[in-house]
Design a protein. Structure first.
Length: 480
């Protein structure tokens, strides 16, 4: 946990550089170890191959009795043969001897500084006709590589052994030199790779620095109509810039809605306030009769009620959209719910002579788990909206339908319908498709926004379909 917090404090460029350096270090180390092993095995294998070839040649030289005697009596013969294999022994000091199974030396080169050991392992393998490779550390501290090869005639072990040994100093020097050069080269390669990686990261982060500079130039104002320039490469950075531009668009739209909201609220409250002030001033200009004062007070109360309703609806909408309203579901029968809805809108429908036709089908006795008061407000607002847009004598239908997971309250009117261009905005606050309507006939544009917010609190949705001139259909969909 502490380690992750420490890493989070390190700049991302440094973290990426360190990660790249560690990865390259592991990669170069693996390459170095692998190449070292290959070179070491190759050098030692070459030495073993030379020892085997020289030992076989010396063994084959004993196949005739004459060669055998001359070879035994003249050690220089063996030395000349050894020189042919080891390059005059300028680089590798080689020795050879012929011993019997008991370990007695029958012949050896004159340059041998010591008796080559005959181990039990070499004797046991020689008895099987197999050669044996062994490494010994001699008194001088250097290492000696030796092969013990059995002498076989007519597929039978004669009891004699050819031993050829050579100092490993030259091979070890070769391996160590290769290792030093290899690690120096790999270290330089690692440093170059890390430096190149850091420069590449620095170059790669230039577009990010440019974007940061452009964002800083925008300043902290409410003017979000500017957009960042999209990079040419179709990569993650382009996606980031496109997402940021979309966010700027949403912020700009939000500020625009806020400005429109302030203007709409001012407009909607200005009229009742003006009426209140006008009625009060008119009543105070001169002495009036009781009836005139009563009429003025009634007007003031009506406008106050209208203004209070706007404010209360705005507060309820704000709380609903902010999900600050606690929902306490209760079991409500659909029959009881629609009965209360009919009662709540009856006055409005009767005043306009519009009929409300309710069809529950067989769902009247089904129950919903809802916040009853909020759902009544939501559906009531849609029913009132349907009434306002219906002509005198028309009918508004309220049908309740069921799917496997939801109940649908479908409100259908046969009014003028919703213009196609207005469909995306009908749930916006204070939006009215018909701007020619006055407050008394067209409302203030809060009802549908509030209905959508309250239905959303219950996990539901509202669907709308309409044909201009052919009415509209609103479906309030609530989960079971």
């Amino acid at each position: 946990m502490m380690r992750s917090r420490v890493l989070e404090k390190i700049p991302i460029r440094i973290r990426l550089s360190i990660g790249h350096a560690l990865w390259m270090a592991m990669l170069f180390s693996a390459i170095g170890i692998g190449v070292s092993r290959v070179v070491e095995d190759s050098v030692y294998q070459a030495l073993d191959t030379t020892l085997l070839a020289s030992a076989r040649t010396l063994r084959d030289a004993q196949m005739t009795q004459a060669e055998k005697k001359s070879a035994f009596r003249n050690p220089l013969y063996w030395e000349s043969m050894i020189d042919e294999f080891f390059g005059g022994q300028r680089y590798v000091r080689a020795y050879a001897q012929l011993v019997d199974f008991s370990g007695q030396v029958k012949a050896k080169t004159s340059n041998i500084p010591m008796s080559l050991p005959v181990t039990p392992l070499a004797l046991s393998r020689a008895d099987k006709g197999l050669e044996t490779y062994e490494t010994f550390r001699i008194s001088s501290g250097s290492e000696l590589r030796q092969i013990t090869l059995p002498v076989v005639r007519a597929n039978k072990f004669t009891g004699e052994l050819i031993q050829v040994g050579a100092s490993m100093s030259s091979s070890l020097n070769t391996v160590n030199s290769v290792k030093v050069m290899l690690w120096i080269s790999l270290s330089l390669g690692l440093i170059t790779s890390v430096l190149f990686g850091y420069l590449l990261l620095k170059w790669s982060f230039k577009p990010v620095a440019r974007i940061t500079h452009e964002v800083a130039r925008m300043g902290f104002t409410d003017n979000f109509d500017k957009r960042l320039k999209l990079p040419k490469a179709d990569d993650e950075l382009k996606l980031l810039v496109r997402t940021f531009n979309e966010m700027l668009g949403r912020i700009d739209d939000g500020f625009g809605r806020l400005r429109r909201f302030a203007g709409d609220v001012s407009h909607e409250l200005r009229t009742p306030i003006a009426v209140l002030k006008g009625e009060a001033e008119l009543a105070l200009r001169r002495e009036r009769s009781g009836e005139e004062y009563r009429a003025a007070l009634v007007t003031i109360v009506d406008e106050s009620t209208q203004m209070s309703g706007i404010v209360e609806n705005l507060l309820l909408l704000a709380r609903a959209q902010g999900q600050a309203i606690p929902i306490h579901p209760e079991s409500v029968a659909i029959r009881d719910l629609t009965a209360e809805l009919e009662h709540s809108v009856r006055k409005n429908y009767e005043e306009k002579a519009v009929t409300l036709d309710v069809d529950l089908g067989t769902l009247g006795d089904h129950y919903l788990q809802i916040g009853k008061g909020y759902i009544i407000i939501a559906i009531k607002n849609i029913l009132l909206n349907a009434c306002k847009h219906s002509a005198t004598g028309q009918t508004v239908q309220l049908d309740v339908r069921e799917t496997s997971t939801t109940y649908r309250f479908v409100i259908i009117d046969h009014g003028e319908g919703i213009p196609k261009e207005a469909m995306p905005y009908i749930f916006d606050l204070f939006y009215r498709a018909d701007t020619a309507r006055n407050r008394s006939s067209g409302g203030v544009g809060i009802g549908l926004s509030l209905a959508k917010a309250l239905v959303s609190l219950h996990g539901g949705t509202i669907e709308v379909s309409s044909t201009e001139g052919g009415g509209a259909s609103f479906s309030v969909i609530l989960p079971k």
